[in-house]
Design a protein around this ligand. Structure first.
Ligand SMILES: [Zn+2]
Length: 95
């Protein structure tokens, strides 16, 4: 997986810019640092990420026999991994 580039000038987006845009509460969009073209998060990706993050919470029901601290550690590690991978997963479209 590689980071997406600008749809206009193909400049690679920075990892931090994508992550910041994804976690912004208001607008899921940002400008290309090179040409200023605005990009917006593709509609479905926010939902996909939410599902990926929430899914392991339901697995707790099945992992109940395991040590709680272990389950908690695995969950936290999983969520952190997803957060770090978000810029590689999500896609943006030119507005
Ligand atoms: Zn650009």
């Amino acid at each position: 997986m590689k980071l997406q580039g600008c749809k206009n000038c193909e400049t690679k987006f920075s990892y931090k810019a994508i992550q910041r845009a994804f976690f912004s509460k208001t607008e899921k969009r940002f400008k290309c640092e090179n040409c200023g073209t605005e990009h917006k998060l593709k509609r479905d990706y926010h939902r996909i990420i939410s599902i990926i993050v929430v899914l392991p919470m339901f697995l707790h029901w099945f992992l109940i026999s395991l040590d709680r601290l272990l389950v908690l550690s695995i969950t936290i590690a999983y969520v952190i991994a997803i957060i770090l991978l978000i810029p590689n997963i999500v896609k943006y479209d030119k507005i």
